[in-house]
Design a protein around this ligand. Structure first.
Ligand SMILES: Cc1cc2nc3c(=O)[nH]c(=O)nc-3n(C[C@H](O)[C@H](O)[C@H](O)COP(=O)(O)OP(=O)(O)OC[C@H]3O[C@@H](n4cnc5c(N)ncnc54)[C@H](O)[C@@H]3O)c2cc1C
Length: 430
């Protein structure tokens, strides 16, 4: 009889926390090493699709999320002058169809709920731990200190985000994220500051609005039970080399959209401060699991995703839930025995799905940012006239993509994959 596993997770983002919760629930001991001095999420709003709500429900966290969330009614896709070209009902349609709600929340609240749950389950979170190197066969991590020190475990999970040291050590070469030539202005406005009559239409219901123009688009949605409006504006990247986040001039931001829909112009007049974020994604990796089968990647570290489908964190949370569900298929004392097969099944289950999400998110950029001309006219004609079917340009309304994104049932996927592994274990030895 052997003990449960000790798992080190590098990074306490939403993905690392989700993996910690899932793996602890499967009976193992988890330590998260986080470089920051304080826990929390920077940024603003985040959307939680039904596939993530399903995970949160299974973990008993759905009602906690509800207390901080807005339930959007409709998603409207508009031209830059404000004309609504297509609408997808979210509440009640999406919840009725996929069984779980679509939420919009402040990142800090979402992160706090996952952190509290991880700690309640017994996860150790060590702050100010900058991981500098990894020994993949022991396995162990070297943490920056005075002097540096080493921590060993049975399994190491690299959940250290977009600029992942774990990924670069695993590949044994520099592998910076891919430049996409876009940046996002992110801003929050109190709804109590949005009383102008021009905004009445935007305020009637808590809807998500998208506006599309050449090489740029804008979006806004409500969070914190409709008390805060989250605004994201995408424009061509003009940040200096090496700068990925920077506080920015509100006037400069407003000027870029001053010929757009008067509602958007008025909304941007309410913004008091804003930040620019360089947007980057990643290319599909061949492998996520090290050949010694004691190290695996998760979240943005292996599939950084553009935000246009609001799926990056959702995929990271699904990764964590799948890993946890796979470990729960075997007794904690058998964790070492089955670890290689569990990690390879995880990679098989997650790699193609996340690569498709990365690609579809990039495709949505092309649709959003079309220059005025025949392609844009055909896009708008389809949006206005066609009944959504596969390939419909409003990707949230494309029934096949919607099913793929929102209908994902992590526990069912794990049941099927583990069943097939048990019938023929060699199939997992890739
Ligand atoms: C503008 C914008 C809007 C977005 N909107 C959405 C949305 O609506 N819905 C959605 O699902 N996704 C959205 N995303 C994507 C989402 O933010 C990311 O995909 C998600 O946060 C990734 O989570 P993660 O845990 O993998 O990585 P991260 O959140 O980046 O966490 C990584 C953690 O690792 C730590 N770390 C890094 N290096 C080390 C080290 N060497 N040692 C120790 N710790 C380390 C970091 O401090 C950090 O805490 C958006 C992204 C952007 C830019």
């Amino acid at each position: 009889m052997t003990n449960p596993l000790h798992v080190i997770i590098v990074g306490a983002g939403l993905g690392g926390l989700a993996a910690a919760i899932g793996i602890t629930k499967a009976g193992h001991q988890v330590t998260i090493l986080e470089q920051a001095a304080q826990l929390g999420e920077v940024g603003a709003g985040i959307q939680i699709p039904p596939s993530s709500s399903r995970v949160l429900d299974q973990w008993g966290l759905l009602n906690k999320i509800r207390t901080i969330a807005t339930l959007p009614l409709d998603f409207h896709l508009r031209s830059k002058n404000g004309e609504i070209l297509s609408t997808q009902n979210i509440q009640p349609f999406i919840e009725e169809k996929y069984g779980y709600p679509y939420f919009q929340v402040h990142r800090a609240g979402y992160h706090r709920i996952l952190t509290e749950e991880a700690i309640r389950l017994g996860v150790t979170i060590r702050l100010k731990c900058v991981v500098q190197d990894i020994n993949f066969t022991k396995p162990s991590v070297r943490v920056k200190g005075d002097p540096d020190y080493e921590l060993t475990s049975d399994l190491i999970i690299g959940a250290d985000g977009l600029r992942s040291l774990c990924r670069e050590k695993f590949l044994a070469r520099p592998d910076p994220p891919r430049i996409t030539r876009d940046l996002a202005y992110r801003s929050l406005v109190k709804v109590s500051d949005m009383m102008s009559p021009v905004l009445r239409d935007l305020m009637v219901k808590p809807c998500t609005n998208y506006w599309m123009g050449a090489n740029m688009h804008a979006m806004c949605y409500f969070i914190e039970r409709d008390q805060i409006c989250n605004i994201v504006l995408i424009i061509p990247d003009d940040l200096p080399p090496g700068v990925n986040v920077e506080s920015a001039s509100v006037e400069e931001m407003q000027a870029k959209f001053d010929s757009w829909d008067p509602q958007l112009v008025e909304l941007l007049r309410c913004v008091g401060s804003t930040t620019k974020w360089r947007l980057q994604d990643s290319v599909k990796m061949e492998r996520w699991v090290h050949e010694a089968n004691k190290f695996v990647l998760l979240g943005d570290a292996c599939h950084a995703t553009l935000p246009y489908l609001a799926q990056g964190a959702a995929q990271a949370v699904e990764d964590g839930a799948v890993l946890g569900a796979l470990f729960s298929k075997v007794a904690p004392s058998d964790g070492r025995l089955y670890m290689a097969d569990i990690l390879r099944t995880y990679e098989q289950l997650r790699r193609d799905r996340t690569a498709k999400v990365v690609q579809k998110s990039a495709d949505f950029r092309v649709i959003f940012h079309m220059e005025d001309g025949p392609l844009q006219q055909e896009r708008d004609r389809a949006l206005l006239n066609d009944i959504p079917s596969e390939g419909f340009p409003f990707l949230f309304a494309d029934p096949s993509l919607q099913e793929f994104l929102f209908g994902y049932d992590f526990a069912k996927e794990v049941d099927i994959a583990w069943g097939s592994y048990q019938r023929s274990p060699v199939s997992c030895s890739l």
